[in-house]
Ligand binder design. Structure first.
Ligand SMILES: [Zn+2]
Length: 288
């Protein structure tokens, strides 16, 4: 529906000449918040990196927007590039796996569901990885696992802290077991990086689930979450059916996870860059 229709007068309204008045508002100036339904300035929404100024709802951000949000302008250099998925299982559902990957590439402009690189956060050099949920649900297949592993290995060699930003549905089912072993592989890379004494800070965004949560995303020294993000291994419906129990209210939200010790802090998007920078200072020692 064009946004101008939200402001359209009642069909029966007219100006007395039997002709309905038309309110002309250019589309794209306003948008409707997905959470509270309020109409907000598009520019204001973008300026806040897609946080609703009325209710504080954190709308999803893509990988490139996350880089723009957290990494100093002009400092990001992508690493672990040129790795492409193969189709080890010759997987086919409605579409072949190859077609699914190609469609995700065309839609997002990204090569895969994760972007890795070096950059600076308020002048602090970091190794940075960010997942994009719009690329096949931010799922981790063999390429995502390899890229994440290469980033942690690079950070270990360079003695740099790692900052990760995750939004993922978990392991990529189209690669089966090849996806699942990425959990062990990335976890080992995190372990090697940790052994150098460098810190690792993980930011969990809506949603972070499955094999990504159960591997590198939750192995950080400090785990930060975005407000109201869904964080959990398996969806609540499956858990309820398996355990035959009603789950508590707010189960698997960032707030619930904070209360139960799975998350260290919840930080709104407006404060994330400054807070992550400060956490790097707290956790960094001379590891020459
Ligand atoms: Zn809102």
């Amino acid at each position: 529906m064009p946004i101008s229709e939200w402001f359209g007068k009642n069909k029966n309204d007219n100006n007395g000449e039997g002709r309905a008045e038309k309110l002309v508002i250019p589309d794209g100036v306003w948008l409707k918040c997905d959470s509270c339904g309020e109409v907000v300035f598009h520019r204001e929404f973008e300026r806040r990196f897609k946080v609703c100024p009325k209710c504080g709802f954190h709308a999803p951000l893509g990988a490139l927007e996350r880089i723009a949000h957290l990494i100093d302008l002009g400092t990001f250099n992508e690493i672990a590039t040129g790795i492409v998925s193969c189709d080890p299982l010759d997987f086919r559902a409605n579409k072949s796996y190859t077609e699914v990957v190609e469609a995700a590439r065309a839609k997002t402009g990204l090569a895969e569901a994760v972007v890795c690189g070096s950059g600076e956060i308020d002048g602090r050099p970091v190794a940075f990885l960010v997942m994009d949920f719009s690329f096949i649900g931010g799922s981790m297949g063999s390429v995502v696992g390899e890229k994440v592993t290469e980033l942690f290995e690079w950070a270990a060699d360079m003695r740099r802290p790692v900052v990760s930003v995750c939004a993922s549905g978990g392991a990529r089912m189209q690669e089966g077991m090849y996806s699942l072993i990425q959990m062990a592989k990335t976890s080992a890379a995190v372990g090697r990086h940790a052994s150098t004494g460098c810190s690792y800070i993980s930011l969990l965004c809506h949603p972070t689930t499955g094999g990504v949560l159960a591997s590198f995303a939750s192995l950080a020294d400090i785990i930060v979450a975005e407000p109201k993000a869904l964080i959990g291994f398996t969806g609540p419906r499956v858990i309820e059916q398996t355990m035959k129990q009603k789950l508590p209210k707010g189960f698997q939200t960032a707030e619930f996870m904070l209360e139960h010790g799975q998350v260290d802090m919840i930080v709104p998007r407006a404060d994330q860059k400054e807070t992550i920078g400060r956490l790097i200072d707290y956790t960094t020692r001379d590891v020459g």
